[in-house]
Design a protein around this ligand. Structure first.
Ligand code: FNR
Length: 179
């Protein structure tokens, strides 16, 4: 049976290493894992509880629909100022009350050119995902330091250990979605 994963990159940047990583994972994934990419982060309105209704903005409804329809979610994100990128946190804020993440198997990867790999954003993201009752997949989290040394300009993963780590994350995410 096919598994449908929604992939989200926390970076809006054209040359983003996290988006490249996300796309590399989609290419590495087993045949029965089908991916959609959510690319609406930049267009979502700023979270405002006054507008947090079932109706609300069409962009918010679309985000909720896409999460709802996915068997699992893959998030690849950078770290800005020791935290989760605002656009990604903004999207999650829209999902607190509506509950689409409840019981949703979720894999979380952070990548950064620094030696820390975006560990603070990673930890912070897990706090938020736990709060909204996502299922953080065991073995489905990965912090990737020195990302620029591990992929080439075309966005291909050149580091074999990283490639194996990413395949392991996909495997665990797939298993969690099958249950
Ligand atoms: C960064 N970067 C960064 N890196 C990190 O590991 N911790 C941090 O707190 C920050 N803070 C930060 C702030 C701002 C304003 C910028 C522009 C950058 C560096 C960041 O990891 C690097 O730019 C990555 O390449 C961003 O990810 P993408 O866009 O390549 O996916």
């Amino acid at each position: 049976k096919d598994i449908h994963i929604l992939a989200i990159s926390g970076s809006l940047r054209q040359q983003s290493s996290n988006t490249a990583l996300m796309n590399a994972m989609i290419a590495l994934a087993p045949e029965n894992m089908k991916f959609s990419v959510y690319n609406g982060l930049g267009e979502l309105p700023h979270f405002n509880p006054d507008h947090d209704t079932d109706e609300g903005a069409s962009e918010v409804r679309e985000l909720r629909k896409q999460i709802n329809e996915a068997d699992g979610v893959l998030i690849c994100t950078p770290e800005y100022g020791n935290g989760v990128p605002g656009v990604l946190k903004n999207a999650l804020d829209w999902l607190v009350s509506s509950g689409e993440f409840i019981n949703k198997p979720t894999a979380v990867i952070s990548a950064s050119p620094t030696p820390m790999g975006g560990d603070k954003a990673h930890a912070s993201l897990l706090l938020t995902l736990n709060m909204i009752n996502a299922v953080i997949v065991e073995g489905g989290t990965l912090i990737i330091p020195h990302i620029t040394l591990k992929m080439n300009k075309e966005g291909m993963i050149t580091n074999q250990e990283t490639k194996r780590d990413l395949e392991a994350v996909l495997h665990k995410l797939g298993l969690a979605c099958n249950i």
